[in-house]
Design a protein around this ligand. Structure first.
Ligand code: UDP
Ligand code: MG
Length: 344
């Protein structure tokens, strides 16, 4: 862990390169959010105006089949600062976030869900954290009562397992809701992998981080987009992306089983010498046969999970395909100093 002294040295070095009045990019992935998107704008604009910074929205329409994109393009065309990136189909939230990070021009970015489960007021506290020298200020869900018991307990198990197996520390109950400095955005953009398990990538790139606890309210409107099958695969993406232990553990399992089998073989041979040959043993044979077929299938399946992901990485397909970009007004609030740049 970073000591205070060490982080101070680091911070003072960075402070000299930080802009006095940074430009803020607000990255919002949206997928079928027509019911909530107007509420989202109503709730976030006053907060963003209150920051006194110039800002832009970066919406990523992740293949919505409802009016989300229409509503947003209308808002953008009537002066909402920022842009809408329309992906060619639904690529998933992780891919959408990568698209948003690539398109963000700000010195800092806030990643926020459209359903108002991430309270916009927290952005002000996050900015304070950034001003205090942190490169990452993330929201920590202290109260997840808006999630079902099943979701909470499976999520808890996942975080425990992940942090045991992976060599990085991923804070439990931190979502994607966070403010990150340009250095973090650039670091994330340098990661070449196709498997964009963002929570893991955030943890992997590191940087001085600060948590802001908050109670996660239920969705303002619309419906959640993740079912248990999606979450299960998401968890597998996370684990396989950040640890190889599930692959390697079978070697040690194999060694143990072989030793056991060797000892048992010696016992069987000795028994023949002592008490002659006897045939019974159907039950033990059957149990051993079924048990080890199960273990073998399981281990092959585990290897398969990795091979499938290797295959996806090897194909080198882009993480997402952009279909359209709709530009909005120049930028929010007072400061007119920001010039168009490509942001990288
Ligand atoms: N989302 C997305 N693509 C997807 C699924 C979700 O861009 O395939 C967006 C969604 O519009 C929302 C955010 O990701 O802004 C979080 O989605 P949701 O509220 O369903 O997730 P949860 O709150 O259950 O984590
Ligand atoms: Mg939500």
């Amino acid at each position: 862990m970073l000591t205070n002294a060490a982080s101070k040295i680091y911070v003072s070095r960075r402070e000299s390169t930080r802009p006095e009045t940074p430009m803020l990019s607000v990255i919002v992935p949206v997928f079928n959010e027509e019911d909530v998107i107007v509420h989202f704008l109503e709730a976030t604009r006053p907060v963003l105006d209150q920051t006194g910074l110039s800002y832009e929205y970066v919406f990523i329409d992740d293949g919505s089949r409802d009016r989300t994109a229409d509503i947003l393009s209308r808002e953008l065309k009537t002066g909402l600062p920022g842009r809408l990136l329309a992906l060619s189909r639904n690529f998933g939230k992780e891919a959408a976030l990568s698209a948003g990070l690539e398109a963000a021009k700000g010195d800092i970015a806030v990643i926020i869900d459209a359903d108002l489960q991430d309270p916009p007021e927290l952005i002000l506290q996050m900015l304070d954290g950034w001003r205090a020298g942190y490169d990452v200020v993330y929201g920590l869900r202290v109260d997840r009562s808006s999630d079902t018991l099943m979701k909470r307990s499976t999520a808890g198990m996942f975080y425990r397992l992940f942090n045991r197996l992976a060599n990085i520390d991923m804070p439990a109950n931190a979502g994607d809701f966070r403010l990150i400095d340009r250095v973090v955005i650039d670091a994330l953009l340098r990661l070449p992998e196709r498997n964009r398990f963002m929570k893991g990538l955030f943890a992997w790139v590191g940087f001085p981080s600060m948590a802001i606890p908050y109670e996660r309210p239920p969705r303002k409107a619309g419906t959640g987009k993740f079912n248990y099958w999606k979450l299960w695969n998401f968890a597998l993406d996370g684990l396989t992306g950040f640890t190889t232990l599930p692959l390697r553990v079978w070697f040690y399992g194999g060694v143990l089983v072989s030793l056991g089998a060797f000892a048992y073989a010696i016992y069987l041979i000795l028994r023949v010498f002592v008490s002659g040959i006897d045939v019974p043993g159907y039950a033990s044979l059957m149990v051993a046969l079924l048990f080890f077929s199960g273990v073998q299938l399981l281990s092959i399946g585990m290897v398969g999970e990795y091979i499938a992901r290797l295959f996806n990485e090897a194909k080198q397909r882009p993480v997402y395909i952009l279909q359209d970009v709709i530009e909005g007004g120049s930028e929010g609030t007072r400061s007119q100093t920001h010039k168009a740049s490509n942001g990288k």
